[in-house]
Design a protein around this ligand. Structure first.
Ligand SMILES: [Zn+2]
Length: 264
């Protein structure tokens, strides 16, 4: 007897879309109830698709999904929040898409985490509405690192454990945070971190968004913070991507060697 498909409903943000065949797309969704998952939206690339307007990246929508054999299928979708203004401004759009990409890369499928869903939505709203569109992104990066267990050390030197002085120190993603000048190698001298940057990083880690948004960050400090957090996130991701790729190889088993045909 054929089994009825199990149907479920969840709000979700579309993180990305990729083509599947002529007319379909695979959506990567970050859902409120089930974490990240992939689902097929059929016929989206036909001119008169009723789904198309609701499944663009950055849209928050209510999805009705049916369990499929491999990927689940979008059966109904209705936009909750289109993020129109975010989408129509290139500076805001690029930041919104970066936020989505980061969440996609940092999370495993089907690991429910409502806090991350909220964080993404809050961030997209801030990027859409605020004058200063970088602070929301810095707050998001630090929150993501913190929530997922990659909080950088900002109080003590990661090498000698001395309390950091309010002077120029050094930033070391590989070391897990800040290093003092006595411990920093010559190579690290290229990655100084100002006393002000450390202060703002601490506030990003421990403060609320309201606290952070009261701080005035000039262009130089803004660039310094952007570079520090992006380097840190990239380092964590590359390390994880490598270990994840290794784990996948182990799970799949080693490649099978085809025995040579017996000689006759
Ligand atoms: Zn030190």
């Amino acid at each position: 007897m054929p089994q009825m498909p199990r149907v479920y409903k969840t709000p979700a943000v579309v993180l990305r879309q990729r083509r599947l065949g002529e007319t379909d797309v695979i959506l990567t969704l970050y859902t409120a109830n089930f974490g990240k998952l992939e689902a097929v939206a059929k016929g989206v690339r036909k001119t008169r698709s009723r789904l198309a307007g609701h499944v663009e990246p950055l849209t928050q929508a209510m999805f009705l999904l049916a369990k499929g054999r491999s990927l689940d299928i979008v059966t109904q979708v209705e936009t909750i929040e289109p993020f129109q203004r975010l989408r129509s401004d290139l500076d805001r759009l690029s930041r919104g898409l970066y936020a989505c990409e980061l969440l996609d890369r940092f999370t495993e499928p089907r690991a429910e985490h409502f806090g991350l869903y909220r964080l993404l939505l809050d961030t997209l709203r801030r990027i859409e509405q605020r004058e200063d569109i970088d602070t929301p992104l810095r707050f998001y990066e630090m929150s993501l690192l913190n929530v997922l267990g990659y909080r950088p050390e900002l109080e003590e030197c990661v090498a000698c454990r001395a309390r950091l002085e309010p002077i120029t120190n050094y930033w070391t993603p590989a070391g897990g945070g800040v290093m003092c000048s006595a411990c920093a190698s010559e190579e690290m001298a290229q990655h100084p971190l100002s006393a002000n940057a450390v202060k703002v990083l601490r506030l990003l880690l421990h403060g609320s968004f309201a606290d952070v948004s009261r701080v005035t960050v000039d262009a130089d400090l803004g660039e310094e913070l952007e570079r520090a957090l992006r380097d840190y996130a990239r380092w964590v991701l590359e390390r994880d991507v490598r270990s994840a790729a290794f784990l996948d190889t182990v799970r799949r088993g080693l490649p099978r060697v085809t025995p040579a045909a017996p000689a006759r």
